[in-house]
Design a protein around this ligand. Structure first.
Ligand SMILES: [Zn+2]
Ligand SMILES: [Zn+2]
Length: 159
């Protein structure tokens, strides 16, 4: 039964990370940490390097994950924390594959992926990128997409 509990904790953590990422994106990345996120909205093509300052967030989000593995594996009775770490890692991988690869095409994978849900994700995040300033943007989440992005463009493309 303990296996089911650990699987449940992992899945719950992945789900909670969508909310955490939404919160961090809205209040930290478009807040005090805008200086790291700004280049992801402005795409300065003079500097054509592969990496953005925004990639620092992969390292920032790896810290709670690494701590969870470390404390979970080294502390008797806290094994469940290891699976919180695993959930954070899985969400990080999903975020990378959907946001960096599928949406922003940093690698040419999944270029044929096309369905109602993937299109809604593209529209919602595309709408987030319509805004290039710290303030005023919307659609901060990734996997949970507002219903309006499943509809026709005129239903949501009002700035
Ligand atoms: Zn943003
Ligand atoms: Zn983006």
């Amino acid at each position: 039964m303990i296996v089911l509990l650990y699987i449940g904790i992992t899945i719950a953590t992945v789900a909670a990370m969508e909310f955490t990422a939404w919160w961090a994106h809205k209040y930290l990345m478009h807040g005090a940490l805008w200086f790291l996120h700004e280049d992801h909205h402005k795409h300065d093509h003079e500097d054509d390097s592969f990496f953005e300052k925004n990639d620092a967030f992969f390292i920032i989000f790896a810290v709670p994950s690494a701590l969870s593995y470390w404390i979970g594996l080294s502390t008797p009775g806290l094994m469940w924390l290891t699976f919180v770490g695993l959930g954070i890692s899985i969400y990080g991988l999903i975020y990378f594959l959907i946001h960096d690869v599928y949406i922003h095409r940093r690698f040419k994978w999944f270029t044929h992926l096309d369905n109602k849900y993937s299109r809604a994700i593209l529209r919602a995040h595309g709408h987030h990128h319509v805004f290039t300033e710290k303030e005023g943007s919307e659609s901060f989440g990734l996997l949970v997409v507002d219903e309006k992005y499943y509809g026709r463009r005129k239903d949501w493309d009002k700035k």
